[in-house]
Design a protein around this ligand. Structure first.
Ligand code: NAD
Ligand code: DAU
Length: 354
């Protein structure tokens, strides 16, 4: 049995689906169902007794302790977080609460549970913390990619809150001996990606005939990883990672934002040409830059390849085609996530940017 936090979000739900496709081991999925959590992502598991969904806050000590003693998981996989950088600029409070205070409380409950286990179960137990490359700060075009020993220099409220949570996880290992594993991953993309983030926002806006808002000059670089590759990497780290170690996960796929958006437009031009014969790229508009915008992220993922034999299967070219197809094939999913709360965020944020 695994306990997953945030398993109704983008990466968490892909992980739950991928895990249950490849294993008979059940999952308890604790998710608060914030705006980013969506049970529709897990609709295919509705009648699957291996998936036990619990709606709740990971910072609720009583609930978490009760779940741990009831289900006795052999591992906790901690995905839940507030994850959108722009939202952290508009309102950092939730990021501090969930990412820092929530992780702290989860660690306390996990540690108490781990201590209560017999020797054999104790040595097998793992707390896997899912983190991000953003904790390392920003790179210039010529800097070498981040490695596991790069100093932390977070620049946004989001990345600062994730950096704080990474430090707490590290401290619970060094001080209390909790067998933790930390993964720092680059930008994911793929099915069920909430359309506030670059790739799904651009697909959804393009199809709706809306502007495609590029922050600043659009030359910021991210290292893109197809979400299923991330899920496989997490599985490998859980199986064979060394407690106390951190693992960088990346796609070896650095692309500038403008290139990403142009690629999406040209795929849509092929798959769903506009009736007036113009290209979706005519919808590209430049808007004000994100405050404190990190220029470049790049991951050196050679440690996980060398030590655990993981490397990404998908290239950006194959992954982005699958992703664009997925959004074209799931208009109802898109329609359903575009709730009142979603529309409010889009209006508030992009009015301020233009
Ligand atoms: P997401 O925003 O799509 O999903 C987050 C999930 O956590 C949601 O289902 C939400 O309901 C849940 N949640 C939020 N607060 C909670 C709380 N207090 N208690 C319980 N559940 C709560 O995020 P994502 O993109 O799937 O990211 C998952 C994890 O991976 C995060 O920790 C994020 O920092 C990390 N990460 C994301 C990326 C990326 O590109 N998306 C890359 C690297 C690392
Ligand atoms: O690097 C890993 C991180 O990737 C994760 O830790 C975060 O949870 C995840 O949200 C993501 O952060 P980014 O800020 O890199 O992702 P986002 O999709 O918000 O933006 C990607 C790039 O595109 C970034 O340079 C900002 C730019 N952008 C984004 C949006 C939403 C635009 O130019 N226009 C937009 O409208």
């Amino acid at each position: 049995m695994l306990l997953v936090t945030g398993g109704a979000g983008f990466i968490g739900s892909n992980f739950v689906l991928d895990w249950l496709e490849n294993s008979s081991e059940p999952i308890v999925n604790l998710d608060q169902l914030t705006y980013a959590g969506n049970l529709e992502n897990l609709a295919s598991l509705r009648n699957d007794s291996r998936h036990i969904f619990i709606q709740g806050d990971l910072g609720n000590r009583e609930l978490v302790s009760q779940l741990l003693s009831q289900y006795r998981p052999r591992a906790i996989l901690h995905f839940a977080a507030e994850s959108h950088v722009d939202r952290s600029i508009h309102g950092p409070e939730d990021f501090i609460q969930t990412n820092i205070v929530g992780t702290f409380r989860l660690l306390e409950s996990a540690c108490a549970f781990w201590r209560s286990l017999g020797q054999e179960e104790r040595s097998q137990f793992r707390f896997l913390h899912v983190s991000t490359d953003e904790v390392f700060g920003t790179l210039s075009k010529t800097d070498p990619p981040f490695t596991e020993t790069t100093a932390y220099q977070p620049n946004s409220p989001y990345s600062a809150s994730k950096a704080a949570s990474d430090h707490l996880v590290r401290a619970w290992h060094h001080t209390f001996g909790l067998p933790v594993l930390t993964t720092n991953c680059s930008n994911n993309y793929g099915p069920f990606h909430f359309p506030e983030k670059l790739i799904p926002l651009m697909i959804v806006n393009a199809l709706a005939g809306k502007p495609l808002p590029i922050y600043g000059d659009g030359q910021q670089i991210r290292d893109w990883l197809f979400v299923n590759d991330h899920c496989t990497a997490i599985r490998r780290v859980l199986e064979s990672g060394q407690p106390g170690e951190t693992y960088n996960i990346g796609g070896w796929n650095e692309k500038a934002n403008l290139e990403i958006v142009r690629t999406i437009c040209s795929l849509l031009d092929q798959f769903k040409p506009k009736s007036d014969g113009t290209s979706y790229s005519a919808q590209i508009t430049h808007v004000a830059d994100r405050p404190g915008h990190d220029r470049r992220y790049a991951m050196d993922a050679s440690k996980i390849e060398r030590d655990l034999g993981w490397k990404p299967k998908e290239t950006f070219e194959t992954g982005i085609r699958k992703t664009v197809h997925w959004y074209l094939d799931h208009p109802d999913w898109v329609k359903n996530v575009q709730s009142g709360a979603y529309r409010e965020w889009i209006n508030q944020h992009y009015e301020a940017q233009s």
